[in-house]
Structures are given as structure tokens and as C-alpha cells.
Design a protein around this ligand. Structure first.
Ligand code: ATP
Ligand code: MG
Length: 240
């Protein structure tokens, strides 16, 4: 099973934000999507998750064309995304935040609470269930965002800069959690990240965008040594 973008183009006025990009995410794999600021990464994820209609191109889940689906059709097709900035209800507890995700899926209150506690345990947040979300560290906040996304039981999980602002130890904790989530849910995970240590250690494959175009795709080792990637994006020393 796979999620696929084929020839996706998005324009904002005269700007071509995504320019005939194709991408394929297999269920069970972890794919990195990297590139400099403004490369089109978030816009592509917006298209893959139904938040943005492409000007051209097609989104498939296996052979099924999902391009024209309404926004809520995407989670139903198993595609769930997180945002660059976490959107928690800061006045509610961590447990209530996650519960809300399950209630939105149609679960009753008691069942939603049970599932929320279970998932918080999986994400090593069980002890935070009764804490107010406003008091969380960045790393904890990211994991709560992830817990909420998991309420949909995704087959394809799209994470937009999950490690932004995290210290190295927190980013590493997040890396372990993402690997566990992939195994437990057997989902494909697409990770947009600027944290190269995380990308290189986490992802099995990496696709690189620059100015809306794919400039490279391959294993971390291939990307690390790709001359075009180094030139366009990272500079000669950034991938050591
Ligand atoms: N809603 C919008 N209206 C107009 N231009 C937009 C819009 N969204 C994105 N853009 C532009 O499209 C281009 C791609 O933006 P996008 O957010 O996809 O980049 P990105 O790769 O996610 O960058 P970053 O690493 O900074 O998050 C940028 O030039 C951006 O300014
Ligand atoms: Mg972005």
C-alpha cells in the first residue's frame, strides 16, 4: 500500500511553489522530505493531506485517485498530518487534548478517555495526562500533537518539522517514538525536517526539494554525498 503524488504543481500568483513533483510513500517506511526554506515542502504536504488543491497533478492511495476528495476525505483514506506549529488547546489537560481527537472520530467520552491514556503511554507521556498543556516542554508538546494525529489510526502520517525547536536529547526521544509508532501502526511516515542529524538517523529514504522541484532522492548516504544537494541546500560541510 502506498501514498503517491504524481506531477503535482501548485502556484501562488506568479510563484510556482511546487513544480511537477512526484513522491511515493510506502506503508511501513520512513521518508524524509528536506530542502531549504521556501522549497515547497509544506505546500506539498498540504496537497498530500487535502489542505491544498493542486493546479495540476494527482494524489493516489494505491490506485485510488484522492485528488478531488473534500478535506475530511483524506483522514478517512488514512492520511493524517501534523502542523509546523503545534495547535493544542493550551487550557485543557494533555489527556483532554488527546481525548478530543478521539471524540472527533466519533468515540464516546469514556472510550475516548481510555484510548487517550493508552496512546499517551505509548508516547511516554502517561505521567503528563493530568497536566495542563500550557506547561509542557516543546518536546512533550510535539508528542501530544503526534498522539492526537494517531487517534485517526493513520496509514500515512505526515509530520511537518516535528523536531523544530527541540534540544538534541528531545529530538532523539522523538526519533525513537516515531520509529515505535511506525512499527506499531505499520504506517508510512513522511518527515519534513531541517534537523539533519534526525533526518539521517531516522529516514530510510530522503527526497530533496529546491525551488519547488525534486533535485535528489535516495538513501541518507546517497543524499549526504550528492553534489547537487550540497550545493543547492546544505553547503559543502553541512552533511559531515
Ligand atoms: N498561501 C500562500 N500564499 C502565497 N505564497 C505561499 C503560500 N504558502 C506558501 N507560499 C510560498 O510558496 C513557497 C513554498 O512555501 P512552503 O511553505 O511550501 O516552503 P517550505 O519548504 O515548507 O519552507 P520552510 O522550510 O520555510 O517551512 C514559498 O515561497 C512560500 O512563500
Ligand atoms: Mg514548511
Amino acid at each position: 500500500m502506498h501514498l503517491q503524488a504524481q506531477g503535482v504543481t501548485v502556484r501562488f500568483g506568479g510563484l510556482v511553489a511546487v513544480d511537477e513533483v512526484s513522491l511515493r510513500l510506502e506503508r511501513g517506511e520512513i521518508l524524509g522530505l528536506i530542502g531549504p526554506n521556501g522549497a515547497g515542502k509544506t505546500t506539498l504536504v498540504n496537497v498530500l493531506s487535502g489542505f491544498q488543491r493542486p493546479l495540476a497533478g494527482t494524489i493516489f492511495v494505491d490506485e485510488r485517485d484522492c485528488t478531488g476528495l473534500p478535506r475530511h476525505g483524506f483522514p478517512r483514506a488514512g492520511i493524517v498530518r501534523t502542523f509546523q506549529a503545534v495547535r493544542l488547546f493550551r487550557g485543557l489537560t494533555v489527556g483532554e487534548n488527546v481525548e478530543a481527537g478521539y471524540v472527533a472520530q466519533g468515540l464516546g467520552r469514556a472510550q475516548a478517555r481510555r484510548r487517550a491514556l493508552e496512546i499517551l503511554g505509548e508516547l511516554r507521556l502517561a505521567d503528563k495526562a493530568h497536566h495542563v498543556a500550557a506547561g509542557l516542554s516543546y518536546g512533550e508538546e510535539r508528542r501530544v500533537g503526534l498522539a492526537r494525529a494517531l487517534a485517526v489510526n493513520p496509514r500515512f502520517l505526515l509530520l511537518d518539522e516535528p523536531a523544530a525547536g527541540l534540544a538534541a536529547a528531545e529530538a532523539d526521544e522523538l526519533r525513537k517514538v516515531i520509529v515505535e509508532v511506525r512499527s506499531k501502526y505499520d504506517c508510512g511516515v513522511l518527515v519534513i525536517e531541517h534537523n539533519m542529524a534526525l533526518v539521517m538517523n531516522l529516514c530510510e529514504r530522503i527526497q530533496v526539494l529546491d525551488s519547488g522541484k525534486t533535485i535528489a532522492a535516495g538513501t541518507p548516504a546517497q543524499i549526504r554525498s550528492d553534489a547537487r544537494v550540497r550545493r543547492a541546500y546544505l553547503g559543502p560541510d553541512a552533511l559531515q
